[in-house]
Design a binder for this molecule. Structure first.
Ligand SMILES: NC(=O)C1=CN([C@@H]2O[C@H](COP(=O)(O)OP(=O)(O)OC[C@H]3O[C@@H](n4cnc5c(N)ncnc54)[C@H](OP(=O)(O)O)[C@@H]3O)[C@@H](O)[C@H]2O)C=CC1
Ligand SMILES: O=C(O)C1=N[C@H](C(=O)O)C[C@H](O)C1
Length: 241
């Protein structure tokens, strides 16, 4: 397949390596220096993989629909625009594969998080919290993955009604799920879900050792997106259930 990489930064470069290893070719590499080439890139590619910046994702997705180019989006921090994107996808009969995290390990953790949240119903002695740690260059906080984990708890546990980012002096109501974000050195991505009581603590932790798992997942998603249409997620690709 000819793949256009929209966002040739830390992730874009590893995605290129994984795509070449799997026999694909890279037809375009877009950075802030050559954004004016996006339309041409989308018209020539079989699929686009978008790992750019939160402010650019929406426009890039809409352009992909205009050019009937299936698009895989890893960029986080654009989800407030999701319903607009969903309508545009339906209108154009487009293909959008999106995930806050493309690694198989994190998607297994999403599943375990939901099961644990369900088990914790009625165990009022435990208080849940989420902690994420990433590299200092990351623009959004909390991470998209931490938001997905929080949503997994809200959906499956009766106690929590919303999540809230922990900042200096933040107070939390009983129904608010604390999410804390740390930015340290070059950490690729660590997520911890904790249930704390007076007598013990239960933790579920995913620690990425590199960006390799995210990149491989994105290329597998691109292969899937080229063959399917509509709004697609890792649940479609991994078929865990
Ligand atoms: N879903 C997942 O599994 C993962 C998601 N991510 C997310 O992916 C995104 C990118 O992360 P990362 O690679 O670390 O970020 P980088 O900052 O390293 O790369 C961003 C790239 O986007 C380019 N860019 C800037 N503006 C545009 C535009 N309008 N169109 C296309 N490209 C543009 C930048 O160009 P320039 O350098 O010239 O500014 C740069 O090449 C983040 O939102 C991050 O949260 C990251 C890892 C995994
Ligand atoms: O910005 C990153 O690096 C990452 N972003 C994603 C997120 O916001 O969850 C996924 C991964 O944790 C790395």
């Amino acid at each position: 397949m000819k793949i256009a990489i929209l966002g040739y930064g830390r992730m874009g470069k590893i995605i290129e390596e994984k795509a070449l290893e799997r026999g694909h070719s890279i037809s375009a590499k877009i950075t802030s220096e050559n954004v004016d080439e996006i339309e041409k890139a989308l018209s020539e590619a079989d699929v686009a993989i978008e790992f750019s910046i939160p402010e650019a994702a929406k426009e890039n997705i809409l352009k992909a629909f205009d050019h009937s180019c299936p698009i895989v989006v890893g960029t986080t921090g654009w989800y407030d625009d999701f319903s607009e994107i969903e309508s545009a996808c339906n209108k154009h009969n487009g293909t959008l594969f999106y995930a806050t995290n493309f690694s198989v390990g994190v998607n297994l953790t999403f599943k375990m998080n939901e099961i644990l949240a369900k088990l914790m119903n009625g165990q009022s002695q435990y208080s849940a919290s989420i902690e994420e740690t990433h590299h200092i260059h990351k623009k959004d906080a909390p991470s998209g993955t931490a938001i997905s984990l929080a949503e997994g708890i809200l959906k499956n546990n009766d106690r929590y009604e919303n999540w809230k980012l922990k900042e200096k002096d933040t107070g939390f109501a009983d129904s608010e799920l604390p999410v804390e974000a740390f930015r340290i050195d070059e950490v690729p991505g660590t997520h911890i879900i904790e249930y704390d009581s007076e007598i013990d603590k239960i933790s579920l932790k995913h620690e990425a050792k590199s960006r390799s798992g995210f990149a491989l997942g994105a290329v597998l998603a691109a292969e899937y997106a080229a063959e399917h249409s509509g709004i697609l997620t890792m649940k479609d690709l991994l078929k865990f259930d």
